[in-house]
Design a binder for this molecule. Sequence first.
Ligand code: ARG
Length: 462
Amino acid sequence: MKPIRGRFEKDAAEVVKEYTLSLPYDKHLYRQDIAGSIAHTRMMARQNIISEKDAELIIMGLVSIRREIEQGTFPFRPELEDIHMNIEARLTERIGEVAGKLHTGRSRNDQIAVDMRLFIKETTSETVNKLRSLQRALVGLAEREQDVIMPGYTHLQRAQPILLAHHLLAYFEMLERDIARFHNCFRCADVLPLGSGALAGVTYPIDRYFLAQELGFSSISQNSLDAVSDRDFVVEYIADASMAMMHLSRMAEELILWSSSEFGFIEIDDSYATGSSIMPQKKNPDVAELARGKTGRVYGNLMGILTVMKGLPLAYNRDLQEDKEGLFDTIDTLHSTIEAFTGMVATLKINSERTIEAVGKGYLTATDIADYLVGKGLPFREAYDVVARLVRYASSQQKELSQLTLEEYQSFSPLFGQDVYVITAESSIEARDVIGGTAFRQVAMQIARVKKIIERDTHDGD
Ligand code: ARG
């Protein structure tokens, strides 16, 4: 079998063959392509478009080709352009000219659309599972280190004491939203385009509902022009991946900061860190840095696919072939990043002496002291002023608030009593006892809640 040259008198120029070639990357779609062909063949036999006997032969041939590809013995031929033509040509070699009946009532345009949708559906499920593993690692660490107190930041300035577990669970929430987005991406892809033909539908009495059932699609497309040219689900995947990478990149930034000597809050396990080729003392957070960097490439892929799509007239255009490399690269990048983070988080060592030391410096309980004065009857704005002056004074004396004498306190307001010393980082945390707050009790409840979410979803997936 030759590449399709139908009406042409001349063979394509070498450079054109090279230029249009998609086999090196679309061969990853062989499983989906063969599944689509088998379903199509079964449907044609049921509808008496081809005979049962021919269908059996074709299906047997396709199954043996799948085996060849999986065993690495399939003779890939780049001159046949893409995975579709490679499989069809091989089928002809194996079962003879009956193979020519496979492409009845089908076009490569609806064929690639179905391949891509099947692929995205499988991939989103994998992505969700990986995100769940990372969530599990985060929750595991939060649970193990439930008592660790650290500074919470705004503007990267120490603001109020919080629980490390509370901080870790913030990432759980981000990943939870990512998972919801990938579930939605799955739904976008879950529509059968097969039966749209090249663009306008097909002339054979096909049964599209049967095809949907065979291939596990929950609905069928209602417009053939849209069906062969829609790649919204690819854009959706890369957009969702961009958002997830953005979250991972934020986490990366914190891991990098926290593992610096300046912070010293964490130590990344040796197996997730790297050394320097010249400075023997160094332990570098390269995994986190690479994740931060790779996020840029995934954003680039999103811009890429959006730009590919923006000027396309209906229906199929060859530009659509450019949907693959950016998608595959995005998937590899996202999956490997999540996997590396899962291990890195699971093995993270927390240096709670350093986090608590940091909480003790920088007047983190100032808000609590203002709240204390409010409790004694002072309006909040006045209380705020008193504590602002108090902090300025303490800072000029190079003292922390806990080191001030009662006399010093009272020189700022007579409302201060001995009970002001009850205010500590722990009491500050304990006081934030609202849903979503950092109080020990609240965080323990959140840990219990999110563990249920993970468990429930793990069972759903089985
Ligand atoms: N390689 C093409 C793609 O990825 C497959 C469809 C080709 N169709 C065509 N009419 N040239 O989109």
